[in-house]
Design a protein around this ligand. Sequence first.
Ligand code: SF4
Length: 187
Amino acid sequence: EYAEISIKDIDKVASSSFPLCMRHLFEKLREDHHLKYGGRMQLGLFLKGVGLNLDDALAFWKAEFSQKVGSERFDKEYAYSIRHNYGKEGKRIDYTPYSCQKIISSTPGAGDQHGCPYRNFSKENLEAALSKMGVSSRLMGDVMDKVKNRHYQLACTLTFEAVHASSCDAGINHPNQYFIDSQKILQ
Ligand code: SF4
């Protein structure tokens, strides 16, 4: 059901249609050329759901990681788990992308970038990230109210509505749903 997304379009769709959790991982990966395990899983499975095929996924991760650890170490230590996520190694299970509930209940440790930013970011960092996404100061208070009451998915839904100037009646319960709904509006 997913249309394929090619590697050359990935920056464009990341800035237009990724929810904050994935945008954050994507930017950190581009910045640090590295993500710890939890981030690789959360972003990697999301990108698979978005429609990045295995060859493009390997090229995408390799382009970043090889800048940090070299391409030989990438091939040796990281390529396996990407193929694994696509069901090409080990038990050959076709792993599904994480839901909001799973992401929100994860417990990132020091140096981890995964999890849900509505839950994990400081107020200042969250406001800065939301404003960068295009949430106006008029709507910021509504989003932050939801966060204060720990309604993280509602905060994400309000963000979606603010950024797309369009309603999202179903609410956000999966990062890939956020992506699909966004693409429907933008295309
Ligand atoms: Fe990601 Fe879901 Fe959190 Fe939104 S509510 S940032 S889609 S985990």
